[in-house]
Design a protein around this ligand. Structure first.
Ligand code: SAH
Length: 299
């Protein structure tokens, strides 16, 4: 850009990067879901998924290269954590997909690889860019942030008056069982997590979405449903039931359809709104929890 002054070119070079992901792999599922493996230009690769719903196209973005949380049922577990993604690298996932498909994305979920609240500042900055009319102009209500339960950050979000949806990966209503599934529960247990959630609801008047991945003979029987009802009774919330996806060497396997429906009906009968998440992209390892960081490490 020799039409710019040398000083300006130097400034641009030191203060900005042009981020233009290379597509390493692109897989298309029979249900229309597409999974990308992007080369993020430093030798690392991340995965991004795009799904089509009646209400528009939803992108599932990664927030970190790897994850430190160690949830036992998740494919990101057991892979070394490399680094946080910058806000630009998060936003670039949307731009790269929009450009490649020639589409406009309408919804964003922070449910790819990584724990968004463990990369708080960059994720919040990315949300601002995605939401801003001078940025991607996607309404805050169309952006969901999902966390395994980093309690202090939930308080911070509550005080920020953010209009995004907050999803909590709960998966268990019992401390002993949740700790066995999700190490974060040893740091912030269910009582502390629920206290933060109640504070969030009180401050924002917004409904929380609780994710509950149903694993056969682990958290899918009547007693589990009863404990969950006790925990959530009277709360402004919604329960998203996910048929758990078995990962390689994982000890958790999917509940039967019959149990999943029974579980949902029980919650609904007790006044707790629960829906079953439609499974998308399972044939390309793009369903919940199946994303892996590197090529050659797929299930
Ligand atoms: N770290 C964040 C976001 C990434 S995971 C979080 O924990 O919320 C996005 C969702 O997929 C979470 O609810 C997570 O618990 C769920 N998930 C992970 N592995 C899964 C699997 N094998 N089957 C079903 N859901 C899974």
């Amino acid at each position: 850009m020799t039409d710019l002054s040398l000083a300006l070119r130097e400034k641009l070079k030191t203060e900005f990067t042009l981020c233009n992901y290379k597509i390493l792999e692109k897989q298309v599922s029979f249900d229309g879901t597409i999974k990308y493996l992007f080369d993020i230009l430093d030798g690392n690769a991340i995965e991004t998924v795009i799904m089509e719903y009646k209400h528009g196209r939803t992108i599932c973005v990664s927030s970190q290269v790897g994850c430190k949380m160690g949830c036992k049922f998740c494919a990101s577990t057991g892979i070394e954590f490399i680094r946080n993604l910058s806000s630009g690298e998060i936003v670039e996932q949307l731009l790269a997909v929009e450009k490649n498909l020639g589409i406009k994305i309408s919804n964003v979920v922070f449910m790819g690889i990584g724990e968004p609240l463990d990369n708080f500042d960059n994720v919040m900055k990315a949300v601002e860019i995605i939401n801003n009319p001078k940025g991607l102009e996607i309404g805050a209500r169309h952006i969901s942030i999902s966390t395994c339960g980093i309690v202090p950050k939930i308080y911070e979000i509550a005080d920020m008056d953010l209009q995004c949806t907050l999803s909590i990966s709960l998966h268990e209503a019992n401390n002993e069982k949740r700790s066995a599934m999700m190490p974060i529960n040893n740091r912030y247990n269910i009582e502390e997590l629920m206290k933060a959630c109640r504070y969030y609801i009180e401050k924002t008047n917004k409904r929380i979405s609780f994710e509950y991945a149903l694993a056969k003979d682990n958290n899918d029987n009547e007693k589990d449903a009863e404990e969950l009802v006790k925990l959530l009774k009277g709360m402004l919330c919604h329960v998203n039931l996910i048929p758990i996806n078995k990962i390689q060497d994982g000890k958790f396997s999917k509940s039967t359809n019959e149990n999943i429906i029974k579980f949902r009906d029980y919650l609904n009968s007790k006044g707790i709104v629960a829906t079953i998440r439609r499974e998308l992209g399972s044939d390309i390892d793009a369903a919940c929890g199946q994303l892996r960081r590197k090529r050659g490490e797929k299930n």
